[in-house]
Design a protein around this ligand. Structure first.
Ligand code: C2E
Ligand code: CA
Ligand code: CA
Ligand code: CA
Length: 276
């Protein structure tokens, strides 16, 4: 009835006010120094060397506390703030990258997440990227751009051009959350792809001979047969690691090895994981 409608619309209103307040605060987060980076190490199966890292943005607000990127990234995408945040992440990451190359070796690569919404401003993005690489004395070789499988299927020609322009700089392309998008794999032929990241949901639910087990095995075999690296995400225990190792997975990321750590801590991580 009428009353129920009123309550419902008040609820909706309260929600949009809250969102509005959050968007407003998010738009000020950079100038107020509320954003920071966390970095999670990625290890090679060969010798358990720390060979890559993934940069993950953090937002700490004085009243809201720590807001998950699962909450504020979609909000930023919706309200036109993702470009600004993406540029901040890129600038901060590339500032630190030369030091991490010194510490972890010339083949160290840092992964950065890109929202498909950032593609709308791709030309500006490329200019900034070139500028930042130059300013920090870097080549594209040490940088990986992660895009989700989902975002690949939307614009095809544009996407092709964008991915090619990263490749031209030596920047590697990783498909994030691999296996969760539509199961059309035709883009692997169409686009330059260097790395597949197996979504952590598959790893979490993997037990011997489960569907997830077969999926992981399939992805790893596919990657190997087309000469693409494969990273398992969300590895939390040694039984998952053992299964993935038996399938020949080369790279590992997850709480079993390390949670994401602060930028300051990352440079102090041991260059090799002590596997027992
Ligand atoms: P993602 O790109 O799939 O990042 C991996 C997420 O899994 C991270 O969550 C990481 O902390 C978490 N994780 C890593 N290992 C484990 C594990 O062993 N177990 C479990 N349960 N979780 C693990 P986080 O940092 O909260 O980020 C969530 C998502 O937010 C990211 O998912 C990514 O989609 C987005 N995001 C984070 N930083 C950025 C950014 O700078 N730009 C953009 N566009 N998106 C970002
Ligand atoms: Ca990612
Ligand atoms: Ca992922
Ligand atoms: Ca994800």
């Amino acid at each position: 009835g009428k009353n129920r409608f009123r309550i419902f619309s008040e609820l909706l209103n309260a929600e949009s006010h809250e969102n509005y307040a959050m968007v407003e605060e998010l738009s000020l987060a950079i100038e107020r120094n509320q954003l920071s980076l966390a970095v999670q190490p990625i290890y090679s199966s060969e010798d358990y060397r720390l060979v890559k890292g993934e940069a993950l943005v953090r937002w700490h607000h004085p009243q809201f506390g720590s807001v998950s990127p699962e909450v504020f990234i979609p909000l930023a995408e919706k309200h036109g703030l993702i470009q600004q945040i993406g540029n901040w992440v890129l600038a901060e990451s590339l500032k630190k990258l030369p030091h991490w190359i010194d510490v972890f070796g010339n083949d160290f690569q840092l992964s950065i997440n890109k929202s498909p919404f950032e593609f709308y401003d791709h030309d500006d993005c490329m200019l900034l990227l070139k500028h930042l690489l130059h300013e920090n004395g870097l080549s594209g070789y040490n940088l990986i751009i992660e895009i989700t499988e989902h975002s690949l299927l939307e614009h095809t020609d544009v996407t092709e051009r964008i991915l090619a322009s990263y490749s031209a700089l030596g920047v590697k392309i990783a498909i994030d959350d691999f296996g969760t998008g539509y199961s059309s794999l035709s883009y692997l032929k169409r686009y330059v792809v260097n790395i597949l990241k197996i979504d952590r949901l598959f790893v979490a639910e993997m037990t011997a001979n489960s569907i997830e087990y077969q999926l992981c095995k399939g992805i790893i075999n596919l990657a190997k047969s087309i000469g693409v690296q494969v990273v398992a995400e969300g590895v939390e225990d040694d039984s998952q690691l053992a299964l993935l190792l038996s399938m020949g997975c080369e790279f590992y990321q997850g709480y079993f090895f390390s949670k994401p750590v602060s930028v300051a801590e990352f440079g102090h991580l041991p260059g090799r994981f002590n596997h027992v």
